[in-house]
Design a protein around this ligand. Structure first.
Ligand code: PEP
Length: 249
């Protein structure tokens, strides 16, 4: 079975000015040293360039939190893959539930964005996850399968191992209510099965868990056989907490 390098991503959402981002990076780098894990910071667009320069030569890579699928054009407020690459970004979060919930992100637009990111050489971190209502109605697997099939519809199966998938149950994001390790493992293993059926080399795909990951619960979640890391929101704002999560992997 291929080794999957643990992947820890810090999703800062709409937090931190450029100066605060610099302060964070300066505090984080000595704490994580030459970790063998993949460590990715996802700052707001305005701090992206500064985080790229400040992390150059370190183990840390940088991701944007969203991207438009067009090369350029009349899309006020949007940012293209080429612009992200130009700043030195390595990856991009796509389909975060907050984008789906508050900004009308759809599976149709994600089906366009994922291949554009891959073609540009950006690593997509594709977020999927069910609502509390869907879980209570026993529809978790149906939601995950529908999202994966739709969002990866235009991706060649051999390219799927270049996508990082983040399973983020909506009811666990920013709520302090973490999925149990068993719930998270079950959903992530199911997502891997869907990718396998889609023809992907599923054993190579990194699948993360996200939803109220903290230093206290990170090790237990990431010890699950199919969970390859974490997408961390709230706890990634503090360099000590995020470093502890990197260490826990
Ligand atoms: C997220 O932003 O993807 C997330 C999981 O947030 P939190 O860790 O705060 O739940």
């Amino acid at each position: 079975m291929p080794e999957r390098t643990p992947y820890l991503a810090a999703n800062w959402k709409m937090h931190k000015t450029v100066a605060e981002a610099e302060e964070f990076v300066d505090a984080l780098l000595p704490k994580i040293g030459a970790t063998g894990n993949d460590v990715v910071i996802c700052p707001p667009f305005l701090a992206l360039g500064e985080v790229v320069s400040r992390t150059r030569g370190s183990a840390v890579r940088v991701a944007a939190q969203n991207m438009h699928e067009a090369e350029s054009g009349a899309f006020t407020g949007e940012v293209s893959a080429a612009m992200l690459l130009d700043l030195g970004a390595d990856a991009v979060i796509l389909g975060h539930s907050e984008r789906r919930q508050y900004f009308g992100e759809t599976d149709e637009s994600l089906a366009r964005k994922v291949p554009v990111a891959l073609a540009a050489g950006l690593e997509p971190i594709l977020c999927i996850g069910e609502s509390e209502e869907a879980r209570d109605a026993g529809q978790t697997e149906g939601v995950l399968e529908r999202q994966l099939q739709a969002d990866l519809a235009e991706v060649d199966p051999v390219e799927i191992s270049r996508v990082v998938v983040a399973y983020e149950p909506i009811w666990a994001i920013g709520t302090g209510r973490t999925a149990t390790p068993e719930q998270a493992q079950e959903a992530v293993a199911f997502a891997r099965d869907v990718l396998r059926e889609r023809g992907a080399e599923a054993e190579r795909v990194r699948i993360l868990y996200g939803g109220s990951v903290k230093p206290a619960n990170a090790a237990e979640l990431m010890a699950q056989p199919d969970i390859d890391g974490a997408l961390v929101g709230g706890a990634s704002l503090d360099p000590n907490d995020f470093a502890a999560i990197v260490e826990a992997a």
